[in-house]
Design a protein around this ligand. Sequence first.
Ligand SMILES: Nc1ncnc2c1ncn2[C@@H]1O[C@H](COP(=O)(O)OP(=O)(O)O)[C@@H](O)[C@H]1O
Ligand SMILES: [Mg+2]
Length: 158
Amino acid sequence: MSAALQLADPAATERLAAALADAQPPGAVVFLHGDLGAGKSTLARAWLRRLGVTGTVRSPTYTLVERYPLAAGGEALHLDLYRIGDPGELEFLGLDDAAASLWLVEWPQRGGGALPPPDLEVALELAGGGRRALLSARSERGRAWLAAWRPCEVEGSS
Ligand SMILES: Nc1ncnc2c1ncn2[C@@H]1O[C@H](COP(=O)(O)OP(=O)(O)O)[C@@H](O)[C@H]1O
Ligand SMILES: [Mg+2]
């Protein structure tokens, strides 16, 4: 199961994040693909905001992970593995799979086998001044997530 969307501007990327956040299964693992500047962090930040994160959303470029306790319980993990030297570094972070309500992972291909398997992969690329997003379900609940999801309000410019 997959879906392609045209995101005309950053606000459309933020609407995509909000729509996915509203429909996400608990403990969802989301891999965010795309070159530098594709909009991965924009999507992650808007997703965290939608879940009620009100403080600063820092880029995990150097820390590899930023953690956000959620009002609804558990915590959201935002990872950016662009600068990871070795996937083994992930083990030292002591990330608790069971306590995480959400994983948003930029540059997941650099995590090797140290990450949990994804439910959803989002690939962003530059397209016509905006971005194109390709969503691919990678698990049974990822497929249920996309099947139940209504992206109609996401596309278009604001
Ligand atoms: N749909 C879009 N159309 C145009 N620009 C966008 C879109 N989504 C995000 N951007 C912009 O792209 C730039 C880079 O975004 P960022 O999220 O930092 O990328 P990444 O984390 O993939 O490196 C930001 O200036 C952001 O506002
Ligand atoms: Mg980024």
